[in-house]
Design a protein around this ligand. Structure first.
Ligand SMILES: [Zn+2]
Length: 274
């Protein structure tokens, strides 16, 4: 049976937290996906308010409350899951998260396990919440429901896109899940749009060389188009990709944007096999 078409449903809670999730996917396979916005948290300016990052100068207890609120909004008990994050480095490596990450004693109770130096997290384990952080870079969640349920969360800035990380992550997920490319669901969150991503000529030439002239719009680069081309090369048809199509710079009241604000917080992409 073909998996349901991926979609993103906006859900706003009474506490102000907004997530974009796929209810059908959860009904179908008990896999949760979510992109967060910046409202509904406890952090103060300039991190107001649902900042999920500790490395940007915010108070750690505030960040811990925000992460727990996000997990609750997504429908999981924060204590009931292992939270896995990444030391994001704008590289092209993919970390596979196995159960031994937690049995080695590296993960303390209540503290996330941080996979070192990677920009994609992949797991097939239940109750492992993968969380990546963003402020303009492209958030991507890849899901294979069967034969082996598998999830991958990708942080793709321009370096990652140019380094073909989305396509590598898709191939890695397809391989591990043992599925066909047309059975993968892809979710793309808010990121800097071509409206705001003006780059030096050298960089636009590099993008054109890798993805074709269509990804260069005047002196700007369309990261979304480049990601879609990469995913197509991994065999994923465009109808298996759904996207928020929202520019973070233009919507810095809803999302964190490094380009718009400099010192600011980070929103997240989260995935979990229940
Ligand atoms: Zn924009």
């Amino acid at each position: 049976m073909a998996p349901p078409s991926p979609r993103l449903d906006r859900r706003e809670q009474s506490d102000g937290i907004v997530i974009h999730t796929d209810e059908d996917l959860y009904e179908h396979s008990r896999i949760r996906v979510a992109f967060s916005e910046r409202t509904g948290g406890v952090s103060r300016s300039p991190w107001q308010s649902l900042n999920l990052a500790t490395h940007v100068g915010d108070e750690e207890p505030h960040v811990a409350v925000n992460r727990a609120r996000l997990l609750s909004a997504v429908g999981v008990e924060p204590q009931a899951v292992d939270l896995v994050m990444a030391g994001q480095v704008h590289g092209d490596s993919i970390a596979t998260i196995d159960q031994d990450a937690f049995s080695s004693g590296e993960a303390d109770y209540g503290e996330p396990f941080v996979a070192p130096a990677t920009d994609a997290l992949l797991t097939q384990h239940r109750d492992v919440a993968l969380l990546m952080l963003y402020a303009d870079c492209v958030p991507i969640i890849l899901v294979a429901e069967a034969p082996t349920p598998s999830i991958c969360v990708v942080h793709a800035g321009w370096r990652g896109v140019l380094g073909l990380l989305p396509e590598k992550a898709a191939r890695g997920l397809i391989d591990r899940a043992g599925c066909l490319p047309q059975d993968v669901s892809v979710y793309i969150g808010a990121h800097i749009g071509s409206c705001c991503f003006r780059v030096a000529e050298e960089l636009s030439l590099a993008f054109a060389a890798k993805f074709g002239d269509s990804v260069v719009v005047g002196s700007s680069v369309d990261l979304h188009a480049a990601v879609e081309i990469g995913l197509a090369r991994a065999g994923i048809p465009s109808e298996r990709i759904t996207s928020l199509r929202t520019c973070t710079v233009h919507n810095s009241d809803r999302f964190f944007s490094y380009r718009a604000d400099g010192l600011t917080g980070r929103h997240g992409a989260l995935a979990l096999i229940d």
